[in-house]
Ligand binder design. Structure first.
Ligand SMILES: Cc1cc2nc3c(=O)[nH]c(=O)nc-3n(C[C@H](O)[C@H](O)[C@H](O)COP(=O)(O)OP(=O)(O)OC[C@H]3O[C@@H](n4cnc5c(N)ncnc54)[C@H](O)[C@@H]3O)c2cc1C
Length: 477
């Protein structure tokens, strides 16, 4: 075990959700562990990503619900007023509590935290330019790279103008925009579009691909598109943005479409076209031969790079761009760095999308499953047939289950209430290689949203109870 204060057994660059989890897991396994952070403890997820966006989404959804209360017999005499500064202060409080908690956990686990910018000189040497102006050279037996990601700045003109914002800025708005053109229709874009729309902003989405959330199941994509459009969010797909300019007091986004150039005006423009790996400070390793692929560090299932003793995790590796995957990769890297034998398995990764209603899926989409096999059964169970959803006035959407030839769960998708929590049942079932029979044989409490998961599984087996299926009787005779 390393004893000198500048010598470590495992050293982690970046304290995002991947990095801090790796450091804590390494500390649990024993050894001298260090971590360095140049900007904010907790990284993107805790400071400008998952957590602050969910705090603001919660506020936006609560605010929007007031308009619906009349039909439940709750009369709100004066329309509610929204104060962005109070909402941002609430979000800041949440972020502070969580990031403070992470700092305390690192300390309690005996992890040495350096606040400064790291430059990896070799697999065993890291130079740190500390925030107090001094420098420190450390040596380490094993190095975990967890540098994360940064927003993509697309190459069209106008990105630096006034009222052009990125997702980081959306967490600290001075006011609710009157109107907003959202460039991009991916996960972050649709979540933020829902948030602003719920607060009263007129939102227009401009997406280059033929669909929003292009990687999701086709029926889910279509259902979300219908839902957002019905609520008044304008969605333009197949539109490739060429420029952002000023148009009087507004901003004007010009895009090329199949029918020629089209313009979209709004008070603000949100650029949300994705994120890219951030390998800054790793030039020394790249010179030493660190394998990279399209700007990302290449790591195997043990999270090892091609340089002995060097591991890479999270958005820097960019396999899924999801926080919970970064965490798990962090645990795997830490365990391997300290002599254990751990592997990542990416077959069962839940994909949550915090729109209104929520979306969550796991495993294959129906199209992916059908590409692999002829014997696929996929069925949906609508929320309108679930008692709890009816009682809670949350009847939009469905649960979809995709089964293989032997009743094995190949994938599932939920579009509806609490989808991001509910998906864990299917994730666990898939991870444990359960079949439809075992999901069906599991008694689900009544009345709950979880019953819809069992009913969707019954539907895929052509024997649902709470919806009528013409094929059901024949299939089970
Ligand atoms: C708006 C938004 C919403 C999101 N919502 C979700 C969600 O709901 N669910 C979900 O699963 N994912 C979500 N994500 C994605 C999630 O935030 C990322 O997948 C996750 O943060 C990746 O973690 P990481 O540890 O790999 O990297 P990061 O969180 O990016 O952390 C990397 C850290 O390394 C530091 N660093 C980099 N280089 C150096 C250096 N040379 N020296 C010292 N420090 C350095 C950075 O400052 C940073 O703090 C969201 C992202 C955004 C932007």
């Amino acid at each position: 075990m390393a004893t000198d204060q500048n010598q470590f057994d495992v050293f982690v660059i970046g304290s995002g959700i991947g990095g801090y989890v790796a450091a804590i897991r390494a500390a649990q396994l024993g050894g001298r562990i260090g971590i360095v952070e140049k900007q904010y403890i907790g990284g993107t997820c805790l400071n400008v990503g998952c957590i602050p966006s969910k705090a603001l989404l919660h506020i936006a959804q609560t605010y929007a619900q007031f308009a619906e209360l009349g039909k439940l017999g709750i009369k709100v005499e004066t329309p509610p007023k929204f104060d962005m500064s109070v909402a941002v202060a609430f979000k800041d409080k949440v972020v502070k509590q969580l990031t403070g908690g992470v700092a305390q956990l690192l300390k309690a686990n005996g992890v040495t935290l350096f606040e400064g910018t790291a430059t990896a000189k070799s697999p065993t040497q890291v130079a740190i330019a500390l925030k107090d102006g001094t420098t420190r050279e450390i040596t380490t037996r094993k190095l975990i790279l967890a540098n994360g990601s940064v927003v993509i700045r697309p190459p069209f003109p106008g990105l630096d103008g006034r009222n052009v914002i990125f997702s980081d800025d959306a967490m600290n708005m001075p006011k609710v925009p009157d109107s907003l053109v959202c460039i991009g229709g991916g996960v972050i874009a649709v979540e933020l579009a829902c948030m602003f729309h719920a607060l009263g902003t007129k939102v227009t989405i401009v997406e280059m691909l033929p669909s929003i959330i292009a990687n999701e199941d086709e029926e889910v994509r279509k259902a979300l598109t219908r839902s957002l459009t019905k609520r008044g969010i304008q969605i333009n797909t197949g539109a490739t943005v060429q420029s952002i300019e000023d148009a009087g007091n507004l901003k004007r986004v010009t895009a090329s479409t199949a029918s020629g150039p089209q313009t979209f005006d709004g008070e603000y423009v949100l650029v949300a076209v994705g994120r890219k790996a951030n390998p800054t400070g790793l030039d020394g390793l790249v010179s030493a031969g660190l394998a990279m692929d399209r700007g990302r560090v290449v790591a195997n299932e043990r999270m090892e790079t091609n340089l002995p003793g060097v591991y890479a995790i999270g958005d820097l590796v960019g396999k899924t761009w999801l926080a919970h995957v970064a965490e798990t990769e962090g645990e795997v890297a830490a365990e391997n760095a300290l002599g254990h034998d751990a592997k990542m398995d990416y077959t069962v990764v839940p994909r949550p999308i915090f729109t209104f209603p929520e979306i969550a899926s796991v495993g294959l989409t129906e199209a992916q499953a059908r590409e692999r096999s002829q014997n696929v059964r996929a069925e949906k169970f609508p929320w309108v047939a679930n008692g709890k959803a009816l009682a809670s006035d949350e009847t939009e959407g469905f649960t979809k289950v995709i089964l293989g030839e032997y009743g094995e769960l190949l994938g599932a998708a939920i579009f509806g209430p609490d989808a991001t929590n509910l998906i864990t049942e299917f994730s666990l079932a898939m991870r444990a290689e359960l079949t439809a029979d075992e999901v069906i044989a599991t008694i689900h409490p009544h009345p709950t949203y979880s019953e819809a998961l069992r009913e969707a599984t019954l539907a895929a087996e052509h024997r649902p109870i709470h919806i009528f299926m013409r094929t059901a009787a024949a299939a089970n005779r």
